[in-house]
Design a binder for this molecule. Structure first.
Ligand code: 13P
Ligand code: SF4
Length: 380
């Protein structure tokens, strides 16, 4: 297929790609990668399907992918094989003012191959709900003594809110450092949208469960709390969760321990506290990978995170015995939307001079999000 980078052509339709065989899609994707060379950066989150991961230039957890987008220098476009909030973050970091100045104003478009690749957890906190909660909290607490911390799994508007209110973004790999950063500034933290990451991290730092009320945005007043509960709080948790990780249950941990004596349980911190506290180890997707890679042959594992990553670890480490920590399938259906057909379609459009599915955060939101994201990249 001829590649005409300098002459934009009409958008290629997605439909025909859906009936192509994987082998053809892979070879066409490879052709675009070779043709665009360093001008193209394909980023892939660890939960992506194997075929997509194999075609990514860099794979990582949310922190690593953000760092990569922030430091990208030669590329002219980024194709993000992940979910919407990740592509937004990449757009903010790759097109921040200093990067734009280096490129004399040229933006790097960030393409999300399927716009339906969202995150159900991120959707559990809308900016108007956060603003309403903050206003209500202002009626009963001193918000000057409250730092907002948003998990990176959130819309850019929430990151901007946090930037404006002296807060920070965190990922699963630096949540403890982000909370330390926040507690060095204020006595209290408001953590959204994932109650589990917030609770698991703060609990290990010595915050008691009764100091962590949950804010339900659908409750008639004060998120379903009394003014007294909020006054006694250290961390106000948002009532949000990951639909994938909430499927792991303490009975699964007990079942594996009983059936496979000596087995080690490792889980993502988005798991509920009852599971997290029973596990031997925990961490971001990258930490889970590194821990398994470093283990001795013969180690038995039950892993509590998304299915594609666990299956890949199983294939890559036949010398270890790896189990998925649930009898039911827990996969991230939205990550799964990025498939070879969407990847090939978006890449061939790029190669033909038309960036499709570009995620671009408006300037004002990007400016304030960047404040909170830069803080995130500074703490580890
Ligand atoms: P990581 O940053 O650990 O890769 O987590 C991303 C995510 O969405 C987990 O559900
Ligand atoms: Fe969102 Fe959960 Fe999917 Fe991660 S695994 S992207 S938190 S729905």
């Amino acid at each position: 297929m001829p590649l005409m980078l300098s002459s934009p052509s009409p958008v290629l339709e997605l439909k025909p790609y859906k009936s192509l065989a994987d082998a053809e899609l892979i070879s066409r994707i490879q052709a675009v990668r070779e043709s665009l060379g360093r001008e193209l950066l394909i980023l892939g989150h660890h939960y992506q399907q194997d075929e997509v991961i194999a075609l990514s230039d860099f794979r990582g957890d949310s922190y690593g992918l953000s760092q990569n987008a922030a430091s990208s220098s030669d590329c002219r476009s980024i194709v993000f094989c992940g979910v919407h909030f990740m592509a937004e973050t990449a757009d903010i970091l790759a097109n921040r003012p200093e990067k734009l100045a280096e490129r004399t104003g040229r933006r790097v478009p960030v393409v999300l191959p399927d716009l339906a690749a969202g995150c159900s957890m991120a959707d559990m906190a809308a900016i108007d709900q956060i603003e309403d909660a903050w206003d209500q909290l202002g009626d009963v607490l001193e918000t000057a003594d409250l730092t907002p911390v948003t998990y990176i799994n959130s819309a850019a508007s929430l990151k901007a809110f946090v930037g404006r209110h002296g807060g920070i973004v965190c990922t699963s790999s630096n949540a403890k450092a982000a909370l330390e950063w926040a507690f060095a500034r204020t006595r209290r933290v408001m953590f959204f949208p994932d109650q589990h990451l917030g609770r698991n991290t703060a609990f290990r730092m010595g915050v008691r469960n009764d100091e962590m009320p949950v804010w339900d945005p659908y409750a008639p007043a004060l998120g379903g709390n009394t003014a007294g509960q909020l006054a006694a709080s250290r961390v106000i948790l948002w009532k949000g969760h990951c639909s994938v990780h909430q499927m792991f249950r303490p009975e699964h941990v007990r079942m594996f321990r009983q059936k496979y004596p000596g087995i080690k349980i490792i889980v993502h911190p988005e798991c509920p506290q009852e599971v997290f506290e029973l596990a031997d180890e925990s961490g971001s997707t990258s930490k889970i990978i590194k821990t398994v890679e470093a283990a001795a042959p013969g180690t038995k594992w039950a892993i509590g995170t998304e299915l594609h990553l666990v299956n890949r670890l199983k294939q890559q480490h036949p010398e270890q015995e790896i189990h998925f920590l649930s009898p039911v399938v827990c996969m991230c259906a939205t990550m799964y939307r990025i498939d070879l057909a969407h990847l090939c379609w978006s890449l061939e459009n790029l190669a033909a001079g038309t960036a499709v599915n570009v995620i671009e955060v408006d300037e004002e939101t990007a400016r304030w999000s960047l404040v909170a994201l830069e803080r995130m990249l500074e703490v580890r």
